[in-house]
Structures are given as C-alpha cells and as structure tokens.
Design a binder for this molecule. Structure first.
Ligand SMILES: Cc1cc2nc3c(=O)[nH]c(=O)nc-3n(C[C@H](O)[C@H](O)[C@H](O)COP(=O)(O)OP(=O)(O)OC[C@H]3O[C@@H](n4cnc5c(N)ncnc54)[C@H](O)[C@@H]3O)c2cc1C
Ligand code: SF4
Ligand code: SF4
Ligand code: SF4
Length: 397
C-alpha cells in the first residue's frame, strides 16, 4: 500500500483491513476534506512489511466471487412485532442476533454515538443489541473491531458480524480463513455518505430549531413500512420527523451525490455477496406477491452459504418463507456510474463552499413544487405553522 496508496484513493472503501492488520499500528484512518476516512502510514513506525498491501481487497483480484455459490432467497420478519418496529425492515438482523446471544455469542454491528455524532462498529459486549439495530446512513468506522472479533473467534465464541459488503470483504481478507464460529451478514448497499456531512446536517437543524439533538433515527416506523424519514429527539423532549422528500441529506443521498468515491465503481452491486447472509428491505415484494406487505416491515434474506442456511433454520424468532432466487436477485444491479461520480464531485465541492441546504437547491434536487414550498417555509410568518404540521413536531413535554 505504501506505493499504491495514491492510485488506490478512488477505490479505497475505508474497510480498515489494512488498519487492523498493521503489526506496528503505523496506519491511522484520516478524514479527507469531504469527511471520508483513508489510511495514512506513519513512515517512522512503518517497518515496510507490506502486510497492508497484501491484505487490501481492492488491490487483490476478486477470485472468490467468481466461484458458483450456494444460493437461496427468502423473505421474512421477526416474530415479535415490537422488535420488528425497532428494525429498518423485517428485523432479521435481530432474530439471528437473538439466537447468537442466547448461546453466549457476540454480535458486531454499527452504532450511532449520539455524543460525538459518529457511526462506528462495536459489539454487544460493550453495547445493547438495540443500539446496533436500524440502518445508519453514514459510513461506520470499523476501528479495531476486526481484531476484537478475531480474539473472540480464537476463544471459539459464536460471533455474528454485520456490515456493508465492502466491510465484510475487508474482514474476510483480514481473517484470511473461515472460522466455524463466525457468521457474517451484510446489507444491500447503494453507497454511503460521510459522517461529516451528517454531523453538519444535524447542526443545521439544531440552529434552525434552537434545540440540542440527542438521538436520531433514519427509519422511524411512525407511519409503518416503508417510511424513510429523518427523525430526531431533542434534549428538551421535542421530537421532529422530517419526511425524506423535504430533507436535504436524504435528497442528496438518494440522488447519489454524497457517496464515497469507491461507491461509484462498486463490484458488490453486480454480484452475489461474500457474506453468509445478505439482508435488505424487500422493496421487490410486489413482483412476488403484493399481498405479503402488512406495512410492519419485510426483509429480503439472501443466503450465500450452507453455514448461513444452517443458522437461518435454527433461528427461533423468525418467520420466513422460501422463494425462487429470481425474486431477490433484482438487488444486484448497478446504481452508480462514472457520470454520477462527476456530478458527485461537483456537488460535494459546492457543499464544502456553500453548505448542503444551498447545494440541494442549486442542484434542484428537491422538485420544483417542493422548492417553492421550502421557499415559503423560509418566510418567517408561516414558518412555525407549516413546519409544525409538516414535520410532525411533538410539543415540549
Ligand atoms: C448504508 C445502508 C444502505 C442500505 N441500502 C439499501 C438499499 O439500497 N436497498 C435495500 O433493500 N436495503 C438497503 N439497506 C439494508 C436495509 O436498510 C436494512 O439494513 C436491512 O434490511 C436489515 O434490516 P433489519 O430489519 O433486518 O435489521 P436492522 O435492525 O435494521 O439492522 C441493520 C443492520 O445493518 C447494520 N448497519 C446499520 N448501519 C450501518 C452502516 N452505516 N454501516 C454498516 N452496517 C450498518 C446494523 O449493524 C445492523 O446489523 C441498506 C443498509 C445500510 C446500512
Ligand atoms: S484495506 Fe481497505 S481501507 Fe485499506 S487501503 Fe484497502 S480498501 Fe482502503
Ligand atoms: S508496511 Fe507493514 S508496518 Fe508498514 S504500514 Fe503496512 S502493515 Fe504497517
Ligand atoms: S456501495 Fe460498495 S463501496 Fe460503497 S459502502 Fe456499499 S459496498 Fe462499500
């Protein structure tokens, strides 16, 4: 990596495999101007062992994924409605985690650090499972969680590690071999923005509403599933829910304008994933059977290994049904491309100089009628009335 790093910049996913493998801790993950983390080598502590070069999945050829894999598709949901409500889709992540934890195992996933406004990978040894639930639409920092997981595996502890597909590929490169006690899960991922953009966005709402935000949720199910909105809770007890059409962060995210550079040329879009189990919102249910949507949340479950199939079948808290692979394989399609990357570079340049709100309007990301609405919302005299109605503001307790 010492020599290839500058070339790698656009394809580096930030998976942290190099960061975890370095025997002298010579690598730090450093934020670039857009807020994405990239490895940086300290020349003094680096011994030039080249382990980082060898581990990097973006340097190596992806031979594994060219092999024919085990393939099974299911849709399903957690049997407990309250857990299902606390999950992004059907709560499959929690159902599998329940089984792992019941056997004294450990679960790794992404949590939101409300104090520092950060998204990071951690485990149920340090945090409740509830903190790992739900999609956080900003890149999670892996930290040294690969090393911690390896230590759990060396103690023969059943472990379930969930992340984005590139993080799982990084994990497998770091571990170098399969461990019988390890189950990996990944999500269908169309890309990831940086935490910096999210942080600035939270501050924007704090200044706008004169509040201190203490908790956020990207997938509140206040109006059932599918409901994608930015929900946040404030120190004074107020709760805000901003539908994704009216939120600049979501508008830019769904327009693929705030993603990491590597997301525009991501091989995981197109092929079956490396994890044992892939989970997603089952947005494609209509092609299978429209009647299965009870608005509580449906997960698509793609099983990519026999180990994944065994665990799924032993999971007690899950209702799931098998279907033909073709009803799930719609997820393997290219979303982003070179043209999107050019637009993204222009957009993020604008965000850095003008901020997210102005850039969203400049790039006309919110449709004309919505722009007009926002223009009016900005007028002070109707500000409160409209925002209160539109954003579902709950008054101070
Ligand atoms: C960034 C991102 C983009 C996604 N894009 C799509 C999509 O385009 N189409 C689709 O069908 N599904 C997408 N998903 C998956 C979907 O939103 C749900 O995460 C999935 O259906 C699992 O839901 P659940 O109800 O089983 O569990 P949940 O309780 O919602 O579990 C979510 C799981 O994802 C992990 N996770 C959450 N945020 C992150 C993060 N930032 N980085 C790494 N891991 C994280 C959690 O640790 C947990 O394991 C995406 C998820 C993420 C995180
Ligand atoms: S190992 Fe991961 S974080 Fe390190 S350079 Fe390669 S892609 Fe980037
Ligand atoms: S060459 Fe070896 S010591 Fe140097 S950064 Fe890479 S892994 Fe660390
Ligand atoms: S789109 Fe690809 S590179 Fe980007 S976060 Fe998802 S898996 Fe990683």
């Amino acid at each position: 990596m010492t020599t290839k790093y500058p070339v790698l910049l656009d394809v580096c996913t930030g998976c942290c495999a190099c960061y975890n493998i370095c025997p002298t801790n010579a690598i730090s993950m450093v934020e670039d101007s857009e807020g994405f983390l990239y490895p940086k080598i300290d020349a003094i502590t680096c011994t030039e062992c080249k382990l980082c070069d060898k581990v990097c999945p973006e340097i190596k050829e992806d031979k594994d994924n060219q092999k024919e894999k085990f393939k099974k598709a299911y849709y399903g949901w957690h049997i407990d409605d309250s857990i299902r409500k606390q999950s992004s889709s059907g709560g499959v992540f929690s159902a599998i985690s329940d089984s792992v934890l019941a056997n004294g195992g450990v679960v790794y996933g992404a949590a939101f650090d409300t104090l520092n406004r950060n998204v990071f990978h951690t485990s149920t040894d340090k945090i409740n499972l509830s903190a790992l639930r739900k999609s956080k639409y900003a890149q999670s920092f892996i930290g040294y969680s690969f090393r911690e997981l390896k230590s759990d595996l060396n103690k023969n502890r059943t472990s379930f590690f969930v992340g984005t597909p590139c993080q799982i590929v990084g994990l497998q490169a770091y571990l170098k071999k399969d461990y019988p006690d390890l189950l990996t899960g990944d999500v269908i991922c169309h890309g990831i923005p940086s935490v910096k953009i999210l942080k600035n966005h939270i501050e924007y709402y704090e200044n706008k509403f004169h509040v201190k935000i203490i908790n956020i949720d990207f997938r509140p199910k206040t109006n059932g599933w599918p409901n994608v909105a930015l929900w946040f809770e404030c120190e004074n007890g107020q709760v805000f829910e901003i539908p994704h059409h009216f939120d600049a962060y979501f508008s830019a995210y769904f327009s693929n304008l705030t993603l990491r550079k590597s997301c525009y040329n991501c091989r995981h879009f197109l092929q079956q994933h490396a994890a044992d189990i892939t989970i997603a919102d089952y947005w494609g249910y209509k092609d299978y059977d429209k009647k299965i949507n009870d608005k509580k949340g449906l997960s698509l479950i793609l099983v990519n290994s026999e180990k994944g199939e065994l665990i799924l079948n032993s999971t007690q808290h899950l209702t799931f049904k098998n279907m033909d692979w073709k009803y799930g394989s719609y997820v393997f399609k290219m979303h982003n491309n070179e043209k999107d990357l050019k637009n993204r570079n222009l957009f993020l340049k604008s965000v850095l100089s003008k901020g997210l709100q102005k850039s969203v309007l400049k790039f006309k990301l919110i449709g004309r009628w919505k722009s007009r609405l926002i223009f009016f919302i900005k007028k002070k005299y109707i500000n409160k009335i409209i925002w209160n109605k539109l954003l579902n503001i709950v008054p101070k307790k």
